[in-house]
Ligand binder design. Structure first.
Ligand code: CMP
Length: 159
């Protein structure tokens, strides 16, 4: 059985009782996956692990949106190609909710580079390359709050 690593911040301790905190995280199903009609298969991976998709929209990102969203990578050599890829087709932007959702989603997605992703993960099973890696997921609870606010108004999230 695989061991799951939990984000300490997501676990509330009450004496001996450890209660998982419900978290939200941002997910993007990328153009390589929408192009191959994989949205349903990817969503099933989330729902089968107890995650709820509490907001979802299919959009074409503008260049400005993609550049802003990935601004943290602006100086990286792959930035221009990453932006070009993210605007090359529709994406499905989602808010995922569940116990320890940030870390759980990262476990479900697998490593950024599909060559390093564990068997049974989305990226191992569906990704084409490190760039066309099918999904994005927030890397921490704080990033998740910022990334969710980047794309969704509170009124668009329906738990
Ligand atoms: P994502 O989780 O969306 O965050 C940044 C993205 O940059 C990453 O997934 C990859 O798809 C993409 N990327 C392209 N080349 C690289 C690289 N060499 N290292 C890391 N990320 C890369």
């Amino acid at each position: 059985m695989r061991r799951r690593r939990y984000n300490r911040a997501a676990i509330i301790r009450l004496g001996n009782l450890a209660i998982m905190a419900v978290e939200r995280t941002l997910s993007i199903i990328k153009p390589d996956a929408t192009r191959r009609n994989l949205t349903g298969k990817i969503n099933a991976r989330f729902e089968d692990r107890g995650i709820r998709i509490v907001a979802q929209k299919r959009v074409r990102l503008s260049r400005a949106q993609a550049e802003d969203f990935y601004a943290v990578h602006r100086e990286r050599p792959f930035f221009a190609d990453l932006v070009k890829f993210m605007i090359s087709g529709p994406v499905v932007i989602q808010v995922l909710e569940g116990d320890n959702a940030v870390a759980l989603n990262r476990e479900i997605m697998g490593a950024t580079n599909p060559a390093n992703a564990a068997p049974g993960t989305i990226r191992k099973d569906f990704a084409v390359s490190i760039e066309a890696n099918s999904v994005h997921g927030s890397d921490s609870a704080e990033t998740a709050r910022n990334e969710i606010a980047f794309f969704f108004a509170g009124s668009e999230i329906c738990p």
